[in-house]
Ligand binder design. Structure first.
Ligand code: PMP
Length: 359
């Protein structure tokens, strides 16, 4: 069977070159005589794999030396708990910007550890925009600020980093990491589940400034402490070895593409193709305020649930799969992460034009 255009929000499509390389190395990796899946995480071969993944990520994101890179398990969702456990050290309080379901889940976890104070929210309009923020909202009586850089479900993104009044800033970059340049020094901690822009599910990347490590209470379970993972190079226990190996291949692929600025240019072009069409279409329309539009997740609707359903069905028959919107919002959503090919976006727009002409 031919490969389809897979618009899934995550796990999402991976670069075909990466899949083919992994296939060629699946049974026997290098001179090891075994698969990466069969290797000890303490072996020389695997140490090389994890070290290279870390150094490529540092190079791509320009991560300063005073930050640790951790490869953890438990998904981005475990970070909703680990961040407050480790960072709510002084005030037991965190300022949140509520921009959707992944903020709400994090708020709920933070409220189990201390107090989550929501300073701004876009819930009044189904999270279709990023709230306007003022420095004064971020009073000094909180340990940190939590934001979600790109909102996978609603398709919004911050186009500039908020001024959080000098507080440590934590960002969930699960659905935009590596898609555009960020200045890592602006953040105290960045986390991202890999399964959108970095690799397969099973590994979560945490980039943490060193002074944020070691603030957790003494009774914190060992695996929930950043200190444990930082001290052991993400190898206190068995890390998700195969997922880290694929993540490494994705990073190599991205370097080969020219890095983040080069892929960002392509991402801008891909998103523009679809947004331009949505802006001129009489049938389809985007759901997000223009200035807050995501480059990675593009939700759209026709305004008629029956036509949406018909569109999703016909799209699938034509090789455009996983284009249904999240169950909480309906409509359609095209997730077009780094690995999604520009020709797939063009093909989708052509298909949408044809569908509209026949509607
Ligand atoms: N944050 C964001 C922005 C997400 O998009 C997702 C998953 N879609 C999560 C967190 C949760 O990630 P996980 O399933 O890895 O726990």
């Amino acid at each position: 069977m031919e490969r389809v255009y897979n618009f899934a929000a995550g796990p999402a499509c991976l670069p075909e070159e990466v899949l083919r390389r992994a296939a060629s190395e699946l049974v026997c990796y290098g001179n090891s005589g075994m698969s990466v899946m069969e290797m000890s995480h303490r072996s020389h071969d695997f140490e090389e794999i994890i070290d290279k993944a870390e150094s490529d990520l540092r190079e791509l994101m320009n991560i300063p030396d005073n930050y640790k890179v951790l490869f953890l398990q438990g998904g981005a969702s475990l970070q909703f708990a680990m961040v407050p456990i480790n960072l709510m050290a002084k005030f037991s309080r965190v300022h949140f910007i509520n921009t959707g379901m992944w903020s709400k889940r994090a708020i709920s976890e933070a409220n189990k550890i201390g107090e989550a104070n929501v300073v701004a929210s876009s819930e009044d309009k189904t999270f279709s925009y990023i709230p306007k923020l003022k420095k004064e909202m971020f009073t000094k009586d909180a340990d940190y600020v939590h934001m979600v850089s790109n909102n996978t479900i609603y398709g919004t993104r911050y186009t500039k980093i908020p001024d959080v009044n000098g507080l440590p800033l934590v960002s969930d970059m699960s659905s935009c990491i590596l898609s555009e340049a960020v200045n890592v020094s602006d953040y105290a901690l960045i986390f991202a589940g890999a399964q959108k822009n970095m690799g397969p599910s099973g590994v979560t990347t945490v980039i943490i400034r060193e002074d944020m490590i070691g603030k957790e209470p003494d009774n914190t379970p060992t695996l929930l402490s950043y200190k444990t993972h930082a001290q052991h190079g993400s190898m206190y226990n068995t890390p998700p070895t195969y997922a880290i190996y694929i993540l490494g291949l994705v990073l190599e692929w991205l370097k080969g593409k020219g890095g983040i600025s080069a892929i960002n240019k392509i991402n801008q072009e891909k998103a523009k193709m679809l947004y331009d069409f949505l802006d001129e279409s009489k049938l389809f329309k985007g759901t997000v305020r223009k200035e807050d539009r995501s480059l990675m997740n593009i939700p759209f609707i026709t305004g008629n649930a029956d036509i949406d359903k018909q569109f999703i069905e016909e799209a699938k028959k034509n090789g455009f799969v996983n284009i249904k919107g999240h169950r909480s919002v309906g409509g359609m959503r095209a997730s077009i992460y780094n690995a999604f090919p520009p020709e797939g976006v063009k093909a989708l727009v052509d298909f949408m034009k044809k569908f509209e002409a026949n509607a």
